[in-house]
Design a protein. Structure first.
Length: 217
């Protein structure tokens, strides 16, 4: 039987190590890589073409939801299971809209991780047993994003700029990272502030943390 190939994407080494140790004991799965941010995960998926990515939402540089969106847009066969501390409806809904087919809470039992891996590998959608029935019904009904959510208010590029700025990158560093001009980043920052009616970097940072765009605490 061909093993299920998995990438673990999480910026906490202790969590990755623990999960890999447990997965490596399973005969029918094989961890092919570990990644620490969204961009690295996308590259690994392109190179290794794993069956499944177990991915945290809150990662530096590029968060898990944006990474899932990009992986899905490339038509990759890889199926994504989100691992998150967030049980809030908006994170679940946006993850699924981005292309994830599974959502687990990080404090779930390892047995549930295995159940999710098996289910999504067979083509099913798996949501943590602790996610409320109302959330599941919302997804099935294709509920709209929570009004005011960063994922409904801001464009993908604006969210990317916001995350980098919130993580302390300067305008110049952000421009270099995104391969755009400083002026373009400044324009995006102004648009972000106008859309959110937030007019300081400190307040933007707090907003980005609250919306799960950055793992900073």
């Amino acid at each position: 039987m061909t093993p299920i190939t998995i990438i673990i994407a999480d910026d906490h080494r202790l969590f990755r190590d623990g999960l890999r140790t447990l997965l490596d004991k399973q005969k029918n799965v094989r961890v092919v890589a570990e990644t620490t941010d969204g961009a690295e995960t996308i590259s690994a998926v392109v190179e290794l073409k794993p069956d499944i990515v177990l991915m945290d939402i809150s990662m530096s540089e590029l968060n898990g939801i944006e990474a899932a969106r990009r992986i899905a847009s490339q038509g990759a066969a890889t199926r994504i299971i989100m691992l998150s501390m967030h049980s809030d409806r908006r994170f679940i809904t946006e993850s699924l809209k981005a292309g994830a087919v599974g959502y687990l809470l990080k404090d779930c039992a390892f047995d549930e991780v295995l159940l999710a891996v098996k289910a999504v590998n067979e083509g099913a959608i798996y949501l943590s047993s602790r996610i409320s029935e109302s959330v599941i019904k919302d997804y099935i009904a294709m509920a709209k994003s929570v009004p005011g959510s960063a994922f409904s208010v801001l464009s993908a590029r604006e969210r990317e700029v916001l995350q980098l700025l919130a993580e302390g990158k300067s305008t110049k560093e952000t421009a270099a990272k995104l391969h755009v001009s400083v002026k373009t980043v400044e324009t995006h920052r102004k648009q972000i502030m106008d859309k959110l009616d937030i007019h300081s970097v400190a307040a933007l940072t707090r907003y980005a943390i609250r919306e799960g765009l950055t793992p900073l605490e």
